[in-house]
Design a protein around this ligand. Structure first.
Ligand code: COA
Ligand code: ZN
Length: 307
């Protein structure tokens, strides 16, 4: 059996933040429960961001209060210290802070330059060490920025060294607009793995140019063992023009399981979660393997068909 791989489903956050249809807290919790039912151990459940900036993420504290009382790793995104304080107060144990490969993306997302965002991340790491919270640092637009073009790999290398050195639990490189290619992914993954343990690294891909799964494979082959993915291929950043959904969780699980990597995830149950995502949003593309997966795991006849 090949090594186990961790999948972190970011659908309830990255997947829902840009949806035209804003889901109620109960619907978002139902999606989270369906992911748990499929065996998903890592789920990003909410974002403590300004509800004016991202209306779909309002109610993060209610999401925290409604989570199943189990041992899954539920993380939340925080854009700034205020978000951190709110997440802490709501009982979060694991927070994700975003840093940036470019100033343009930092400005569009959080109205800071990238150095200001780095300083906030450093301050959050200090606070979290005292509060006993785990921090994931994700570098947005690690490969390409919609405003400034190509981002060189030294940005991710420097950021990983700085923040893992400062106590971050993990460092994730994110291809926020889905512009990375497998050769560049492999080169960056190899460079990061030469300096950091695989357990401290992860990748986050969007499927804008149909290269999400190829990029997962390139990173996997280099030795990365942790991936963000989004149920039903939902996703996209409201502040990154042209970004489409994340690589679909069901595609990533299918790829990994077929290659002999244990994910702990039940694909039949995951397809139920994918159908729920489609029903709730009316807008889930599903994975590239959707037709094949639907044939392997047909929908029970009594369930009304979605969309
Ligand atoms: N959670 C909730 N509210 C927040 C907040 C947070 N983390 N950070 C700031 N706010 C509120 C402030 O209290 C203030 O509210 P008010 O207008 O009622 O007084 C308002 O937002 C503006 O605060 P300010 O500090 O001036 O921030 P800003 O206007 O520069 O906005 C962010 C910056 C970070 C708040 C906002 O851009 C944001 O939340 N972005 C999130 C982006 C995101 O989620 N992107 C996708 C995921 S990567
Ligand atoms: Zn994303």
């Amino acid at each position: 059996m090949a090594e186990a791989v961790i999948i972190n489903d970011v659908g309830p956050r990255d997947g829902l933040q840009n949806q035209p249809r804003i889901l109620a807290v109960a619907q978002r919790l139902a999606l989270i429960r369906s992911l748990r039912d499929a065996g998903m151990q890592h789920i990003q459940v909410a974002a403590f961001v300004s509800p004016k900036a991202v209306p779909a993420m309002a109610g993060a504290a209610e999401i925290m209060a409604g989570l199943p009382a189990d041992d899954a790793a539920y993380s939340v995104l925080v854009p700034n210290m205020k978000g951190y304080e709110l997440a802490l107060a709501a009982g979060a144990r694991q927070v994700e802070m975003v840093v940036y490969g470019s100033d343009g993306m930092a400005q569009a997302n959080v109205r800071m330059n990238r150095f200001e965002a780095d300083a906030v991340a450093a301050a959050i790491l200090d606070r979290a060490a005292a509060d006993g919270l785990a921090v994931t640092i994700t570098m947005s637009v690690a490969f390409e920025c919609p405003f400034e073009g190509r981002v060189t790999p030294d940005r991710a290398m420097q950021s990983a060294a700085r923040f893992l050195g400062a106590g971050a639990q993990e460092f994730i490189v994110a291809d926020t607009i889905g512009a990375a290619t497998p050769d560049r992914v492999r080169a960056l993954a190899e460079a990061l793995l030469a300096e950091h343990a695989a357990g401290q690294l992860g990748c986050h891909f969007h499927d804008t140019r149909a290269l999400g799964l190829a990029n997962v494979y390139a990173a996997l082959d280099a030795g990365i063992r942790r991936f963000d993915a989004s149920i039903g291929g939902l996703g996209g950043c409201p502040f990154a023009p042209g970004a489409s959904g994340n690589v679909a969780t069901e595609d990533v699980v299918m790829l990994l399981e077929q290659m002999g990597h244990a994910t702990g995830i039940n694909l039949a149950a995951l397809m139920r979660a994918s159908r729920l995502a489609a029903t709730l949003t009316g807008n889930a593309p599903g994975g590239r393997a959707r037709a094949w997966l639907d044939r392997q795991y047909p929908q029970p006849a009594e369930t009304p068909h979605e969309i």
